[in-house]
Write a protein that binds this ligand. Structure first.
Ligand code: MN
Length: 366
């Protein structure tokens, strides 16, 4: 990669004492975009999907075209950007909304194809890529089987779900076979944003705030709260989930969530808010990992480390949607102990995604 600008290009230091593992990175098989084109060509398209992928797939803007090129590449373009940004490894997932916007049969069969493609890319670049298992929540039994296949046959150790599935939430017990499989297989579920569902989008879209700027975080935070308050972690205490964007602001909300959850339970005002064993913030600390995707902001990262613990906060970039080399440089400079910074960039991700340490790390071991 060359840079013809007169000022020296910003480059992350190579001599840092940790590897940088980015944990919320996206890809899109060209075959998925073909399915999306067919969905977009039909009448009555979901407004959130039309506004998000409809835009990226048809916009002539340089940013949109660049993102589409990067999304579909699992080789030299991606590796070049990783080298330029000092990213040792990407943990890669099928981009939002993945298969969740498809009809059930297509979603089930395409999730397998996408997982096979990603596993193939990981085999080509085993020291640079780690894959997440895509599943179709539309068919929870098939999703549970795909989690098992992903672990046992493809060597993947985490699951991607892009928030709601056509307006339905994983707090509904009909989806809980997915949680049972994830808990049994020890695979954390990354709850990634989706565009807002039909019954929520209008008041966000009216003012242009439905996307990554605000709506995504509100909706994904709501989804995580629905899972907590529905008692999912009382039923599946070992289940682990991952949420990006500094926990979709939930760490900052923790005090009020705890206070008002207790008050709401006591009021008996809602059938859906029943007593659960712990405070909402306890589940955040015990059942969630939080990544910094899209939020290269030291104060928020350190605050979240204080709230949920340094073992539960991980680095993510959100490639290719937010590819910013200067953010890596800024985060290298965070005021943080060397141990905690290594946890943030490297070792927490190795533990969560079961990534084997690289040879040079092993050589240092006694
Ligand atoms: Mn993302």
């Amino acid at each position: 990669m060359t840079d013809t600008a007169s000022s020296a290009p910003v480059r992350p230091a190579k001599d840092v004492l940790y590897q940088r593992i980015a944990t919320e990175e996206a890809f899109a098989p060209p075959e998925m975009l073909e399915i999306y084109r067919k969905i977009l060509a039909k009448g009555d398209v979901d407004p959130g999907f039309e506004g998000l992928m409809g835009f990226y797939m048809s916009s002539p803007s340089e940013r949109a075209q660049h993102i589409m090129r990067c999304l579909t590449d699992l080789d030299q373009i991606r590796l070049g950007h990783m080298d330029e940004a000092g990213i040792d490894r990407q943990v890669i997932a099928l981009t939002s909304p993945g298969v969740q916007v498809m009809d059930t049969a297509t979603a089930v069969s395409f999730s397998r194809l996408a997982n096979d493609q990603l596993a193939e890319a990981v085999r080509r670049h085993p020291t640079r890529f780690t894959g997440m298992i895509a599943v179709a929540p539309q068919d929870p039994t098939a999703a549970a089987k795909e989690i098992e296949r992903g672990v046992n046959q493809l060597g993947m150790n985490s699951v991607i779900i892009n928030s709601h599935t056509q307006g339905e939430y994983l707090s509904d017990p009909k989806f809980w076979d997915i949680f049972a499989a994830a808990e049994a297989m020890g695979t954390p579920i990354y709850l990634h944003p989706n565009s807002l569902p039909r019954n929520m989008i209008q008041s966000f879209q009216d003012c242009g705030l439905d996307g990554a700027i605000y709506g995504f975080g509100v909706e994904t935070g709501l989804h995580a709260m629905r899972i907590i308050t529905a008692g999912v972690f009382d039923r599946f205490p070992k289940l682990q989930m991952i949420i990006g964007h500094m926990g979709e602001a939930l760490p900052f909300w923790s005090y009020r969530l705890d206070y008002m959850h207790q008050a709401t339970v006591r009021s008996k005002r809602y059938d859906s808010i029943k007593p659960i064993l712990k405070k909402p913030s306890d589940y955040l600390r015990e059942n969630f990992f939080i990544t910094s995707s899209g939020v290269a902001w030291e104060q928020a990262i350190r605050f979240t480390q204080e709230v949920v613990g340094v073992d539960r906060v991980l680095y993510a970039m959100d490639y290719p949607y937010q590819y910013a080399v200067d953010e890596v440089v800024a985060m290298d400079k965070m005021l943080m102990s060397a141990d905690d910074k290594k946890k943030f960039f490297q070792t927490n991700a190795e533990a969560v995604f079961k990534i084997p340490p690289r040879p040079e790390t092993r050589r240092r071991a006694p």
